[in-house]
Design a protein around this ligand. Sequence first.
Ligand code: EPU
Length: 417
Amino acid sequence: MDKFIIEGGKRLEGRVRISGSKNAALPVLVSSLLADGWSTYRNIPDLADIRTIKRLLANHGAQMEGQGETLRINGGNISNCEAPYDLVRTMRASVLVLGPLVARTGKARVSLPGGCAIGARPINLHLKALEAMGAEIDLREGYVEAKAKRLKGARIYFDISTVGGTENILMAAALAKGTTRLENAAKEPEVVNLADTLEAMGAKIKGAGTDVITIEGVEGLRPCEVSVIPDRIEAGTFLIAAAVTGGDVVLEGCDTNHLDALILKLRETGITVEPVDGGLRVRGAPEIRSADVKTLPYPGFPTDLQAQIMALLAVARGSSVVTETIFENRFMHVAELRRLGADIVVDGHNAVVKGVKRLKGAPVMATDLRASASLVVAGLVAEGKTTLSRVYHIDRGYQTIEKKLTALGASIKRVRA
Ligand code: EPU
């Protein structure tokens, strides 16, 4: 298992290009199952999770070819409706094939994802919505088995705003008979990217980006040519990394509108963030101020940046309260940040962060994707050497993060095990 060795204390400076969004690319690539013929997808990041979704699509019979950031997929010839445990276990987003498989073939057998490092993460709302659309759902031997001659449009209210649930049902509803109305739908930019993709395929969708989405089912969809949005979480991680090192960095190719909640929070801590030609410039402050942070569905502060901002608040002046409202167990990074000298106490959904003057390097371990990003951020500002093990977590969602950081002046090396 690879490790990162980080020598902290280097100021980040320069320009960095933000890659395509992992969480947008996954559903967009899955939507290839909905149409016969070759679709073209641009701005696809080169990540472990993208390789997993490609394996899953190939398992269903999809053909693909591609170079660099452009991928062509013909997902229409579905030869196998089962998403096996081994792939779903590696990546929970694999459950996104459920809706498209039922809509397209009338049946699907998809392994139930288990809990993971950040929470139980059930898929009950995906299943309830498919049932409302007429699917028969059985849970057998750890698999969800879904059947429906043709899904029917329905009115669906999501008890919790769910990104994956909204995406799954958007894809299913695109080919259902009649109109589906999703209430309390997720408003995340990744959902909008998927809706735009489906529209490019001929789907009839209104309201994506709001909490009520209406989908008028059509008889068939056609291939499309689309681009995936920039990764707002990668962008946010670089903004925080630059800020914590007192750096001066321009992010190229990110969508500033998607980062509003983080930008306002960083300004509250004294960091300067401003749009410049071709990107977004972030400059550190002589002293970082404390700030309270509460994660919420979009446009609120993203849970996927909670761990990283906590690393910044760990060296702020004063105390901050970080409240996690999306996942029940997303504080695994706290124990590791404490190994670097952070003063953080967790009480239920709150973490009280008392800023310290400096963090000191130590061996730490990544427990999930965003926790590892937070440890990289902390390692960049800690005095001395931080060794981060289980880097495979970070490889799931950050394209060559060590190369991008090195180009900005950080001292970070990958040690191959
Ligand atoms: N939930 C339910 N039942 C459901 C679905 C969700 O109770 O049927 C709960 C979840 O347990 C959670 C909350 O609802 O407490 C929100 O979960 P959501 O369904 O929105 O999350 P997701 O679709 O599984 C995506 C991202 C996550 C990101 C969340 C929240 C992808 C592939 N994953 O997950 O990203 O944290 O939305 O924004 O898009 C990451 O990239 O590190 C990551 C975990």
